[in-house]
Design a protein around this ligand. Sequence first.
Ligand code: FES
Ligand code: FES
Length: 161
Amino acid sequence: MSKVEMTVNGKAVSGDAAGNTLLTEFLREELRLTGTHVGCDTSQCGACVVHVNGEAVKACTMFAAEAAGAEVTTIEGMANADGSLGVIQAAFQEHHGLQCGFCTPGMVMSAAALLKENPKPSEAEVRDYLEGNICRCTGYHNIVKAIMAASGQDVGAIAAE
Ligand code: FES
Ligand code: FES
C-alpha cells in the first residue's frame, strides 16, 4: 500500500492504494464516494464513468495510482454548490431519464463530457456518444431526451416513449 493523493470534486484527498487498486475501488472504498457505480467486470457498462483531468474515463479501467495528482470529478461533484441538482441531473429527473438509477451516475458524467465538447448535439450524436454506457431499464430514449434538454435544445419534437 502507498499513499495516493489527488483532487476529487475540488478537494485535496489522499488514501491508501495498492498498485492494483482500481480508481473505482479507491473512490468507493477509500473515499466513500459511492455514487460511482460498478456494474460489470468487463469494462463495458459505463456505470463507473468519472472525469480525470476533464476527460471522461471508465474508472474501472484505471489504477488509483495512475490518477495520482489528477483532478477527478465524480457524480458527487455534479450538484450545484447549494446541494441542488446540477443542470444535467435536473434534466434526467424532469425527462424521466432513469428508472432504477444504477447507470445514471455514468450517464450523467458521460453526458457532461459530451456537452463540453459538443454543446448542442443532435439525437444521433448523443446516441453515438453513449455507446459505452449500458442501461438495462429505460430503452435510452428518455436519457437522450434529457441530455438534449440539458443542452438547451427544444425536445418537444422528440416523441415521448
Ligand atoms: Fe462497468 Fe466500469 S464498471 S465499465
Ligand atoms: Fe436502470 Fe439505467 S435506469 S440501468
